[in-house]
Design a protein around this ligand. Structure first.
Ligand SMILES: [Zn+2]
Length: 219
């Protein structure tokens, strides 16, 4: 139970981070977090202002059945896509969906964010792919994400927006922030010239350093 309280607090915090990082306008994004031990995810309530979100009102959902476990509150309409990703990507614990502007501009023209910055190599280890357009019925969005994703913890949905994920809701926020940040830099670069791709073997060096030696976790 204590772990679920922690998770609901983390999911509330991840949702509140979206407008603070300027990744959403009005209600156009959502975050969730998953506890496989409890078979439960928490997700943003549908249509709620971000400043009203608390650990008490994020919506618990049983992941195996999709059953909403709270009375009188509707989960985000994007719940089916979050459920699909948790069911099909067993390592992930946090998922974010946004229509953040620069990343979604690439999605509007159906282009990946190319691997042209060391920051992209660090965080994503590859270009950030873009799926073709899919509608919002059934599992179409989830299936497109599974089909087109690479090692990057984020993807563009053609004509739509961003899905990002991670080993926690906080990691998913980071991926959602970083895809917008690098998309903005690449877009700026495209105004003044043609960005150069980083060769895969060079990208690997940056990815390896960032994922295996960067930060304080192994001190
Ligand atoms: Zn959307």
């Amino acid at each position: 139970m204590a772990d679920l309280e922690l998770l609901s607090a983390e999911v509330a915090k991840a949702n509140k981070a979206l407008p603070l990082a300027r990744l959403v306008t009005m209600h156009s994004g959502n975050a969730s977090g998953y506890s496989p031990e409890d078979d439960i995810l928490f997700i943003k309530p549908s249509g709620m202002d971000y400043d009203e979100i608390t650990p008490e009102n994020v919506v618990p959902v049983r992941v195996s059945s999709g059953e909403v476990l709270a009375q009188g509150v509707r989960p985000s309409v994007d719940l089916p896509h979050h459920l699909f990703l948790y069911r099909n990507m067993p390592e992930i614990r946090g998922v974010i969906h946004t229509h953040s502007n620069f990343a979604t501009a690439f999605a509007a023209v159906g282009k990946p964010v190319p691997l042209v910055l060391t920051a992209i190599a660090d965080e994503f280890g590859a270009e950030i792919p873009c799926t073709p357009y899919v509608d919002n019925e059934g599992e179409h969005i989830g299936e497109a994400i599974l089909k087109y994703k690479n090692r990057a913890p984020a993807i563009l949905l053609g004509n739509h927006g961003v899905f990002a994920w991670g080993k926690s809701p906080r990691d998913a926020v980071k991926a959602a922030v970083m895809i917008e940040d690098v998309a903005k830099t690449v877009w700026l670069a495209m105004q003044i010239g043609k960005p150069h791709e980083i060769p895969p073997e060079e990208a690997e060096k940056w990815y390896d350093r960032y994922h295996n030696r960067y930060g304080q976790s192994q001190v």
